[in-house]
Design a protein around this ligand. Sequence first.
Ligand code: NDP
Length: 447
Amino acid sequence: MDIKQYIESVMETVKKRNPGEPEFHQAVTEVLESLAPVLEAHPEYVEAGLIERLVEPERIIKFRVPWVDDNGKVQVNRGFRIQYNSAIGPYKGGIRFHPTVYEGIIKFLGFEQIFKNSLTGLPIGGGKGGSDFDPKGKSNGEVMRFCQSFMTELQKYIGADTDVPAGDIGVGAREIGYLFGQYKRLRDEYTGVLTGKGLTYGGSLARKEATGFGLCYFTEEMLKANGKSFKGQRVVVSGSGNVAIYAATKATELGATVVAMSDSNGYIYDANGVNLEVMKNIKEVRRARISEYVKEVPSAEYHEGCRNIWTVKCDVALPCATQNEIDEESAKTLIANGCYAVSEGANMPSTPEAIAAIQGAGLLFGPAKAANAGGVATSALEMSQNSMRYSWTFEEVDAKLHGIMVNIFKNCAESAEKYGMAGNYAAGANIAGFIKVAEAMMAQGIV
Ligand code: NDP
């Protein structure tokens, strides 16, 4: 059988079955295309319909989330949970609250999560969830009532050994707290059903920092393998949420100068290196806009329009905001300005055209599913600690996270090399993540 044709026919079915979901089509295409050499070497996977099964979620749950706002008005949002693949462990993946959420976004994120979770080397399957609820501008009371309504339905489908959600865009410590409180109240059980919990009720030290720190550990390995390091480099980090703040923190600790960060309105440029205490206060404490930064650091500049952050000259770019935030034009600007490495903290932040431009120009490229896997890896460590009724120190968790990220890089590099694509860490990540899941699915029969 011609493998290229086979992959195209699977893609056609995916598009027909999931119309109007371009992000999902994009994520599946990117993975399947890089699996061609693996499928050539393993015809038994094709025979077992493994790819057809892999692209179809095991279960999709979609539900109404009614809640009452501060004016007494009834609001209705939509909730989703996709339990994508449980071949190697219970479903695991974040919950996103953002107005752009619809089934296609949750599907793309859930699909990516399968391979990312596999890459961590820990026993976790792929899942994802969310809602089109926008927490921005809502009072604490409104967020709490929404979370309680969301969990009232979701609790029927999750559990510490079944499906363990975490945070993502719009879901941080506050939201996880409200969700956990409602789960406990309805189910009358104190289990590790969510990760990203507060430290007083079962959370893991270093979970908050994990995705950003992990991104920098992975990136440092990639730089080292190519004779470079963060030391003395100019770094641009997009976003100013959980991933961005701790990526900027670790990059700075490793000797880089982070010169720009953004939110969905605009970006700040600070030639002296972003003052992260000021940034954390604005974003984590006050939940304010990034434009506030220049009031406190007058030597910095604020520019409207978040996309223009990629016009800032840098050596290393760390996109940590959202999907498709680097398009072809932005990629070409980065290249023209001398950037030599792009490493993805957000999920699918680069369009396919941007990736082609980045790899085509010989830049180092750290793909999201490997580079940002530190968050879910540490979530799995939180699950272990909850099961043991025990807590590791910050240093212990951070050391485990570091070891996991070094290993993920090594796996990506070796898998790419084994299949004739040395240096293509994106292909390496897809292949390494896939093989473990494929072997488990083969062993478990047609399910
Ligand atoms: P947060 O909600 O904490 O922060 C998101 C940041 O991105 C904010 O600065 C936000 O700005 C900005 N942003 C969101 N949507 C857009 C948009 N459409 N255009 C421009 N900027 C936008 O989320 P996280 O930091 O948790 O997540 C960021 C990315 O990292 C996501 O892709 C997520 O899936 C991924 N990720 C997160 C993990 C985690 O552990 N949290 C783990 C692995 C991946 P504003 O406030 O203006 O909306």
